[in-house]
Design a protein around this ligand. Structure first.
Ligand code: BEZ
Ligand code: MG
Length: 576
């Protein structure tokens, strides 16, 4: 290889590295647990306000500060710079002015902050003022926390005013906290804004697949959750509709109950088959939406279009040819738990180490989730008919699996639910299609939608949370519970090895080094919460035993030795 090529390759690697570093740097990292009844701390508040200020808020007449600054400085193509997530001098300049302006706002208020922007970047005060006014309202609400008061009033049986449920960055109207979270009207889903965003995300998802595999996926499996679709007013629903190539139409009562087929010309690609597994919460909250989704698949399946432009029709025809089903069975694409049941139990099986081969985890997912919500040949609603064979056959055609990430606070290693759902379905697909699907998550946590592979997302979460001192020191301020959170993150990471083989071995090595092989840290954790430390060590040893990680003998030996510290009779447990 010529040295010139090496230099080019080296530059490309340095560039990629720098992009990854800036990606981690730009992430909002939760620095501790929420303490019930306590308002946000100043630094946490500044971080939140900076994120709030990076989105346009037309509903509040407020514009994104980075855009205002870029325009005033005459930076061309700033939107594109944001999309690329690359570091550039302009991007760094804008980010640092935003950070300074928000600090100025926190210290001195609206007028000082908008004058600062005028001086520093030439942003007209009248343009930035609405954004700072919005930040001022949010800031005041962050300081006034009604949680304890509301709890007491609810215990007395008093009325608690309702408020929307969402992420603060996504929808600042969730503040003040301490209100009764209300859901959405399912007939309003997807909202117009959600549909516009859902389209972009679905197209980005398809672009990513095409970039990697050279053609469109013939079928995708989507996970739809209830709370996410409340928060986003149905972005996940919108994605499913757009993948199929239909848009919702409102009836005379303004309810999204009808559909319009998007022409193949407008779509510019084939219609993608989608298998939707919805959570029990979604099923309970979004009954009319499930009917809409089922109707969308039926509508698309009945279009007179060539198979290579309509994968729904193609796949259904295949099922009918192989004689496994009639049309009404073959078209079933909306699956959930049996009525009254919730969850996949894949998380419990993983946490309790109760599986031998990974197929078992996918099979359990299907056992729990193979209840079809559709219609029968007489047009009657079918609510949760056991349909394992139909689900097996639909999953056998899936080539990629996907779930939205929609919160700044909860990611794929914070809770066990992401791996039970997305991991569970990916394993089920792998066994049934004899091929591991591409697994993706979207990141609507930034003004631009990003699609990441599962492996990339696990790396990003490990670096920005589990292995990040800013994150774990924040957790350790909570003592016993903080150590339990660290252990949870490791167990959830392990869940991604178990269901999807998506964890790089170095992640386990770094976890071992950071929390267990560093003697001072080990003693500190042991003192705070020996039970979680013991589980953590056992989990790492299990990761090795199951072949997820093959570290040096020295590391294994040290881990095994540290287990000897757990004669609980002699461990101090005076954590009152
Ligand atoms: C839901 O919002 O549907 C959901 C939330 C957590 C776990 C599973 C489902
Ligand atoms: Mg849980």
């Amino acid at each position: 290889m010529s040295s010139k090529l090496n230099a080019i390759e080296r530059d490309a690697r340095v560039m990629r590295l720098s992009e990854q570093l800036s990606e981690i740097e730009q992430r909002l990292i939760p620095t501790g647990l929420h303490t019930f009844g306590r308002a946000a701390e100043l630094r946490e508040k500044a971080d939140l306000l900076r994120m709030v200020a990076s989105f346009d808020r037309p509903e509040h007449g407020a514009r994104a500060l980075p855009k205002l600054i870029a325009e005033a400085l005459g930076i061309q193509g700033f939107e594109r710079l944001l999309q690329e997530s690359s570091t550039s001098e302009s991007r760094e300049l804008v980010d640092s002015i935003v950070a300074d302006a928000v600090s100025r706002f926190c210290a001195e208020g609206i007028e000082a902050a908008s004058s600062f922007l005028q001086l520093k970047a030439g942003v007209n005060c009248d343009d930035s003022r609405p954004t700072f006014e919005l930040l001022a309202r949010i800031s005041e609400q962050l300081d006034s926390n009604h949680e304890l008061d509301s709890l007491l009033r609810s215990l007395r049986g008093d009325y608690i005013a309702p408020g929307p449920g969402a992420d603060i960055v996504q929808n600042p109207l969730v503040l003040p906290t301490g209100r009764n979270t209300h859901a959405v009207n399912p007939y309003s889903v997807p909202s117009r804004a959600a549909f516009a965003r859902g389209k972009l995300t679905a197209e980005a998802l398809l672009r990513r697949y095409v970039d990697e595999r050279g053609r469109y996926p013939r079928a995708l499996a989507l996970v739809l959750w209830g709370l996410d679709n409340i928060k986003t007013e149905g972005e996940g629903v919108a994605q499913a509709l757009w993948l199929l190539g239909v848009r919702p139409v409102r009836d005379a009562l303004n309810r999204a109950t009808e559909l319009q087929v998007v022409s193949l010309e407008e779509l510019g690609r084939p219609r993608i088959d989608v298998v939707m597994t919805v959570s029990g919460i979604f099923r309970d909250l979004f009954t009319p939406t499930m009917t809409l989704l089922d109707k969308a698949v039926r509508t698309v399946a009945a279009l007179d279009e060539p198979f290579d432009l309509n994968y729904v029709r193609r796949n259904i025809d295949h099922s009918l040819e192989s004689g496994t089903a009639n049309f009404d069975d073959a078209v079933a694409r909306v699956f959930s738990n049996a009525p009254g049941n919730y969850g996949t139990n894949v998380n419990f099986m993983v946490m309790d180490s109760q599986w031998e081969t990974a197929d078992t985890l996918g099979d359990l997912f299907v056992t729990r989730k193979s209840f079809a919500y559709t219609r029968d040949s007489n047009g009657r609603t079918v609510e949760g008919r056991e349909a394992r064979e139909l689900m097996d056959s639909a999953l056998a055609k899936v080539e990629a699996t996907y779930q939205n990430l929609d919160s700044f606070e909860v990611g794929i290693t914070d809770v066990d639910h992401y791996f039970e759902y997305l991991g569970g379905i990916s394993k089920a697909v792998e066994t049934r299609s004899n091929s591991r699907p591409a697994i993706y998550l979207s990141d609507s946590l930034s003004p631009q939608t990003k699609i990441r592979s599962l492996e990339e997302t696990v790396r990003l979460e490990s670096r920005s949370k589990t292995l990040n001192p800013k994150w774990y020191e924040g957790m350790l301020k909570h003592g016993f519970r903080g150590v339990a959170e660290i252990e949870n993150h490791v167990a959830n990471t392990f869940g991604w090895s178990a269901t999807a083989d998506a964890v790089d071995p170095w992640i386990y090595t770094e976890i071992s080094k950071t929390f267990l092989l560093d003697q001072a840290m080990f003693e500190r954790l042991l003192d705070l919460n020996p039970y979680s430390v013991q589980s953590l060590i056992n989990r790492l040893l299990e990761a090795h035993k199951r072949g997820f990680w093959n570290p040096d003998e020295a590391i294994l030996e040290q881990l095994a030795q540290s287990l000897q510290r757990f004669d609980f009779a002699s461990v101090q447990t005076d954590h009152t």
